[in-house]
Design a binder for this molecule. Structure first.
Ligand SMILES: Cc1ncc(COP(=O)(O)O)c(C=O)c1O
Length: 376
């Protein structure tokens, strides 16, 4: 068998190590609380589940890659209400199977040699680039820079080779948010040097302060794509439903490419997704749920010397744990508290710990008591 070098050269997903550790805890009968992987574990609201069931039809036909007009309209309406964007649902909105596959495929439709990705970051920006045969340019996110990339520190000659620049705010793992000025500068550089700016806004609806801004608020969306998802906003990670929106030229490219891959979303999922985008009440409840968990854990962690270094959005806590971060993560693991060491997100994440606020409220309460002892 001849193996794909992109696959054989790839590091194991670090979270696989956490899975092994969790299996050991389970085998040893340890009752653990899992703040490791950022997968929502709240129930999907009943009205969304009901919309899916109501959409099931006796005849199952192949879905179209362009998505249902009903869903595209619901997404365009939502981006209008939330960000004041005026998107044409036919030419500027494309439903996706969650955002992960869309992130992965983005680099496939573009020429150029380099993909610029933040570090630390969600790993799929890099992996999509590597499978598309492109090199990766890492843009460090530092605490003293508000975990924003310094776009003007990149040599213009380097920008010329860039196909795609990834931005992700609210940010995983640092929980930081971005000002509109970052998107403005990125889009300006993109137009100057001929690269696409892709803004992954998977956590735009999980916030505890001011609602985060979107790249969709830019006056000119030329060369700009925004990706969002219902996984976090509506607790629907298993449904696999998201969208790409923005520059019609880019959307047209994706429409040409995607039928080849077989990533057309199922019609019944799309109808449930349309119902989810049309409703805001459940999103307020989702936010309130994460806020309650944050309010239980953060005071205990800060009192025990783990400072919240990131922002006040996403369901992650990004805590400054100093040079001992990996050891602290290990100690917590032995005590039945699973967290992700920042080093899982590459060297730029060293010195931090990431808590995903996904266990139940009761789990968070139990964990807070335990943390109070373990971190003494
Ligand atoms: C930053 C970021 N983007 C995208 C995703 C993918 O979400 P989904 O594919 O469920 O839409 C995740 C999931 O954890 C994420 O953390």
């Amino acid at each position: 068998m001849k193996l794909a070098p992109a696959l054989t050269g790839m590091r194991t997903y670090p979270f696989v190590r956490l899975d092994e550790a969790k299996r050991k805890l389970q085998a040893a009968g340890v009752d653990f609380v899992d703040f490791g992987v950022g997968e929502p574990r709240e129930e999907t609201p009943a009205f969304i589940r009901e919309a899916l069931v109501a959409a099931l039809e006796p005849l199952s036909t192949y879905p179209q890659a362009v998505g249902l007009p009903e869903l595209r309209a619901a997404i365009a309406d939502w981006t209008g209400r939330r960000f004041g964007a005026a998107l044409d649902p036919d030419t500027q909105v494309l439903p996706t199977l969650g955002s992960k596959e869309a992130i992965f495929h983005m680099a496939q439709v573009l020429g150029g040699d380099l993909v610029a990705v933040p570090a630390p970051a969600y790993p799929v920006y890099e992996r999509g680039a590597v499978f598309a045969g492109k090199r990766v340019l890492e843009l460090p996110l530092r605490e003293d820079g508000g975990f924003l990339p310094d776009l003007d520190a990149v040599d213009p000659r380097t920008w010329r080779d860039v196909a795609l620049l990834w931005l992700n705010y609210p940010n995983n793992p640092t929980a930081a948010t971005a000002p509109l000025a970052l998107y403005e500068r990125a889009a300006e550089l993109g137009r100057e040097h001929g690269f696409v700016v892709a803004s992954d806004e998977a956590y735009s609806e999980i916030y505890f302060g001011e609602p985060p801004v979107s790249a969709l608020q830019l006056a000119d969306l030329t060369g700009v794509a925004v990706l969002n998802t219902l996984s976090k906003r509506s607790s629907m990670p298993g449904y696999r439903s998201g969208f790409v929106a923005g520059d019609p030229e880019l959307i047209a490219l994706l429409k040409r490419y995607r039928p080849n891959v077989g990533v057309a979303p199922q019609a019944f999922v799309q109808r449930a997704a349309a119902a989810a985008w049309r409703d805001e009440g459940h999103v307020e409840a989702v936010r309130a749920g994460y806020r309650a968990k944050r309010d239980i854990l953060l005071p205990v962690l800060e009192a025990r010397g783990l400072r919240s270094a990131g922002g006040d959005a996403t369901f992650f806590l990004w805590l400054d744990a100093g040079p001992q971060a990996d050891m602290i993560a290990e100690r917590l693991l032995e005590g039945g508290i699973v967290v992700a060491p920042g080093s899982f997100f590459g060297p730029a994440g060293s010195g931090y710990l990431r808590f995903a606020l996904v266990p139940t409220l009761a789990g968070c309460e139990r964990a807070a008591e335990r943390l109070d002892h373990l971190l003494r």
